[in-house]
Design a binder for this molecule. Structure first.
Ligand SMILES: [Zn+2]
Length: 193
């Protein structure tokens, strides 16, 4: 994540002057812990943008923002705000699913679901390769993303402190969210060792 102070309009204007900024994902997750946006802790709603320096060869990085700063940034970029995804509602049985979902191929959908379930379980925002994977998924929803993202996700799941796999993680989440649908990950499992 890019560590940059974006307080106030002047800093945000300089930021969009210096970086090619594109929204990646916006979501609302309950009880996020130990995560920080550009000016303070992120507690539920967050917006993540990809920023690539306009000059030179600097690598692209991500910036996390709370709803207030994100609103100002969308205005500066003159784009309509990304509506926050709410996995706790669309992951429920019988719930309406977001429009993007209808376009995801099965592989991308499983990867997308696994990433968000993991975030819900660990009470974190998507980071590192989860964010790269989501970026790739949202760029081309219909086309399966590189299988390397499934491998990397498998490695991330393996870091679960309680050693649960996705099935165990879902079972535990259901204690808090009894209506949670039961997800399949057969498209990804071939890449998990
Ligand atoms: Zn801020």
């Amino acid at each position: 994540m890019l560590d940059i102070d974006l307080r106030g309009d002047k800093r945000k204007r300089d930021f969009v002057d210096q970086y090619e900024v594109t929204p990646v994902v916006a979501a609302k997750l309950p009880e996020i812990r130990n995560e920080y946006g550009c000016c303070g802790p992120v507690t539920d709603e967050f917006h993540i943008f990809r920023a690539k320096p306009k000059s030179g060869t600097g690598a692209a990085d991500f910036v996390v923002m709370g709803p207030g700063c994100a609103k100002s940034l969308y205005l500066l970029l003159d784009i309509s705000p990304n509506k926050p995804l709410q996995p706790t509602s669309f992951f429920r049985k019988g719930a309406d699913i977001p429009e993007i979902y209808h376009r995801l191929c099965p592989f991308n959908r499983q990867l997308h679901d696994a990433i968000w379930l993991l975030c819900l379980s660990w009470r974190v925002i998507p980071k590192h390769h989860s964010l790269d994977a989501l970026t790739a998924i949202y760029n081309k929803p219909e086309q399966p993303v590189d299988s390397v993202w499934a491998e990397k996700l498998g490695a991330t799941v393996a870091k679960d402190r309680q050693g649960r796999g996705m099935i165990g993680i879902m079972a535990d989440l259901r204690k808090k969210l009894p209506d949670l649908r039961w997800f399949k990950f057969d498209e990804l499992e071939t890449y998990w060792t």
